[in-house]
Ligand binder design. Structure first.
Ligand code: HEM
Length: 235
């Protein structure tokens, strides 16, 4: 075998090894940008959804009329928005999983003394548990109020469906817990997005995170509690 042949064999061997080991992975900056962008789209939905749901305080005609408009008066735009939301949710969860795996690969051994570090906060430590729990809540929420698989449900009678649901204490408690978890997730998530976008030093972002998370918790909890205490839907 000539020297040229040896070099060729060696080169082929290296190429095969590289093909076996190299997997194209997006960088952590790309993943964080994906999380931030998709997260902000989802925050937009949560705020918009809450604004619509607060119509429950204006009575059944207002809430049912609004739901009817979204369903039948938007000429199919609602489906485009739903597709966009689904895409944002898939990107958000996908980037979270990829970032968690990258973190585990980079640091296979746990820190001494557990996972706590000086810089981690209660919200950041609960982020990885809160995220999957919120996903579980959303699936249950769709089964409850969109698909009507839980308890009595009349399509289009959104006001009655919500009042029926929250009149059951266990359902009300689950919603209150989920809304609390959502508040923590939003507060930490918006601050993380600001860091990714290079705005960490900007105090206005921290204030925005607190205002958005606080309003979402207070607004959603007010709906649940108003039904529980008969302020909404009471005889
Ligand atoms: C007190 C709190 C809430 C109430 C009363 C409420 C009410 C509703 C109702 C009535 C629907 C069905 C609308 C229809 O089929 O016409 C719905 C759908 C939905 N809700 Fe909520 N919701 C609440 C909280 C939340 C939260 C915290 C989230 C997300 C984190 C959320 C996410 C969704 C989603 C993704 C849909 C499906 C939207 C669609 O069909 O396009 N909801 N909600």
């Amino acid at each position: 075998m000539s020297v040229g042949d040896l070099i060729l064999v060696h080169y082929r061997f290296i190429m095969v090894q590289q093909r076996r080991t190299s997997v194209v992975r997006p960088s952590s900056v790309t993943l964080k940008l994906g999380m931030a962008g998709s997260g902000l789209v989802l925050v937009g939905f949560v705020v918009f959804h809450l604004a619509g749901n607060l119509l429950i305080f204006a009575g059944p005609e207002a809430l049912d009329g609004y739901a009817h408009f979204l369903q039948h008066g938007t000429h199919g735009l609602v489906w485009l928005v739903r597709l966009g939301l689904l895409a944002a949710a898939v990107v958000h969860v996908g980037c979270a999983v990829a970032l968690t795996r990258a973190g585990q690969r980079a640091r296979p051994q746990r820190y001494r003394g557990g996972r706590r570090t000086l810089r981690s906060t209660f919200a950041s430590r609960t982020m990885r548990i809160g995220g999957p729990l919120l996903l579980l809540f959303i699936v249950g929420h769709l089964a409850h109020l969109t698909l009507g698989w839980v308890g009595p449900h009349v399509p289009g009678q959104v006001y009655d469906n919500v009042v029926n649901g929250f009149s059951h204490a266990p359902i009300a408690v689950v919603y209150l817990l989920a809304v609390g978890a959502l508040g923590l997730h939003l507060h930490h998530g918006i601050a993380s997005a600001a860091r990714t976008l290079g705005l960490a030093g900007d105090r206005r972002w921290r204030r925005l995170a607190a205002v958005v998370a606080g309003s979402v918790v207070v607004g959603n909890a007010a709906i649940v509690l108003a039904v529980c205490f008969g302020v909404v839907g009471g005889a």
